[in-house]
Design a protein around this ligand. Structure first.
Ligand SMILES: [Ca+2]
Ligand SMILES: [Ca+2]
Length: 108
């Protein structure tokens, strides 16, 4: 069993923070525990579930490829540089300590 994680960052670059809870145990496309994150968008009145999205490693723009037991979303955090702000997601069950976390940032 993995612990849940939640990351907060302005992934879309509009100045309003998104909230991204990890769903590391999610199965899809026949891939057990491949994992995903939900992306709840920030608005002028706060975070909303309207237009929320689920992102995983088979989502265009997300680095990597979804595989069985990835547990993508099992570990996460926020990252900010001078040009890019995003959330850092780890497919940590399979590759803990061996592969850098994936930076997820863009316009979803
Ligand atoms: Ca935003
Ligand atoms: Ca993967």
């Amino acid at each position: 069993m993995t612990r849940p994680c939640v990351s907060v960052a302005d992934v879309t670059g509009d100045g309003r923070a998104e909230i991204a809870p990890g769903i590391s145990g999610e199965d899809f496309s026949g891939l057990t525990d491949a994992g995903s994150i939900a992306l709840l968008h920030g608005t002028a009145s706060g975070v909303t579930g309207t237009g929320s999205q689920v992102l995983h490693q088979n989502t265009p723009g997300v680095p990597g490829v979804a595989e069985r037991n990835d547990a993508f979303g099992a570990a996460c955090g926020a990252s900010s540089t001078s040009t890019l702000t995003g959330i850092v997601i780890s497919p940590c069950r399979r590759r803990r300590g061996t592969v850098p976390h994936e930076l997820v940032a863009g316009s979803w």
